[in-house]
Design a protein around this ligand. Structure first.
Ligand SMILES: [Zn+2]
Ligand SMILES: [Zn+2]
Length: 374
């Protein structure tokens, strides 16, 4: 079948993206879903910084590729062998398929699923197939989702069934921003009731982490970013204090506010100075978590003696250390009861044709979550 899709043919084009238009809106062909695969009509898809990192070449991926990894839609077709989904079901996409069968999946670490990571690296579905093509050339799938399109064929391992009473634009956010941000707080850092917390980097994921921390009972939430507009927004999400982490003396201010440092510091900026700030802002015995994806060549300078002498932990967090099938429905319940007001994340609703303008806005730091509505 035919589908309109936003396809990346070349990375690292010049900005502004509104002019260079790195994503081409074009017709593609979709194969019918194969074994354990599902055809989904996409209803909403969010623009995330990880898409931007492919567009600007910081996270190289095989091309051509239909981008988009945060989406929600309706099941309209099933391949053979699909067990837990039916036509008409509403679904959220998880940007890492979990096979359910590798040693990591068996130990509850779906975020580290090996066949899932291998497929994502190659730009295929988890069975190794590509289902998108155009004039004989096969295109790659982005993280098993490829949500910037009217329709997508995906592995059933990439889908989480959700209730039908949640709007698609809200549901889509749970696939990346909310899962990554909230999961980093409660799964990776395991924030305890009454602990203090710092979030560095206030994009969609960082703001989700603030919502999660507020809901999980953080006593003091400090939000840091070099962009003053984002610091102002963080207060509306529940931050008690804001800090410009690039300013001289920022660390001392934070330590004064928190009696020597925070229990938990999370970094989502993808910049080494931001991670350095988060680590030094963490108090003795505390935990620093990074969930950002800087350029693979970036290095952090760290004195191991501070880890030992101060018993600090430094942890990485992918997918918010979530098990998507367990955590997405739970986080959606928290949204429904008003304890995770993720609707605040949506700053723009756009059309597929406006996607390049959207990524320029994101690159400039002038947007929170922009959601494409189909
Ligand atoms: Zn994302
Ligand atoms: Zn697995």
């Amino acid at each position: 079948m035919n589908s309109m899709a936003a396809v990346l043919h070349q990375m690292n084009l010049e900005r502004p993206y509104s002019k260079s238009a790195p994503l081409k809106i074009q017709k593609v062909n979709l194969d019918a879903p194969g074994f354990n695969e599902v055809l989904v009509k996409i209803k909403a898809a969010g623009l995330c910084h990880s898409d931007l990192s492919v567009i600007d070449g910081n996270r190289p991926r095989p091309l051509p590729m239909v981008l988009g990894h945060e989406a929600a839609g309706i099941v309209i077709g099933l391949g053979k062998g699909v067990q837990k989904l039916a036509v008409g079901d509403h679904v959220v996409f998880a940007f890492l398929p979990s096979c359910g069968n590798c040693s990591y999946c068996h130990s509850g670490k779906a975020a580290l699923c090996e066949p899932g990571a291998e497929a994502n690296g190659k730009g295929t579905l988890i069975g190794g197939h590509q289902r998108i093509h155009n004039q004989g050339e096969y295109y790659h799938h982005h993280l098993g989702v490829s949500g910037f399109a009217e329709f997508s064929v995906v592995s059933s391992h990439s889908l989480i069934k959700i209730d039908k009473d949640i709007p698609f634009e809200i549901a889509s956010l749970f696939g990346c921003a909310v899962m990554t941000g909230v999961g980093a707080v409660v799964n990776t850092a395991q924030l305890k009731f009454g602990e203090s917390l710092l979030v560095v980097g206030l994009g969609g994921v960082g703001l989700s982490a603030i919502l999660g921390a507020a809901s999980a009972g953080a006593s003091k939430i400090i939000a840091a970013d070099i962009n003053p507009k984002k610091r102002a927004i963080a207060k509306q999400f529940g931050a008690h204090y804001t800090i410009d982490s690039s300013e001289k003396g920022a660390l001392e201010v934070l330590k004064d506010l928190t009696n020597g440092g925070v229990d938990v510091a999370l970094e989502f900026a993808g910049a080494i100075p931001a991670l350095d700030f988060a680590f030094h802002a963490t108090k003795k015995g505390g935990t620093t978590v990074t969930a950002a994806l800087p350029n693979p060549n970036a290095k952090l300078e760290l004195s191991p003696v501070t880890l030992v002498g101060q018993e600090k932990s430094l942890k990485g967090s992918y997918l918010g250390s979530c098990v998507p099938s367990r955590d997405i429905p739970a986080y959606i319940e928290l949204y429904k009861s008003g304890r995770l007001p993720v609707e605040k994340l949506i700053s723009h609703r756009i059309k597929l044709e406006e996607i390049n303008n959207g990524f320029e806005r994101l690159a400039k730091g002038n947007a929170l979550r922009q959601v494409i509505l189909f």
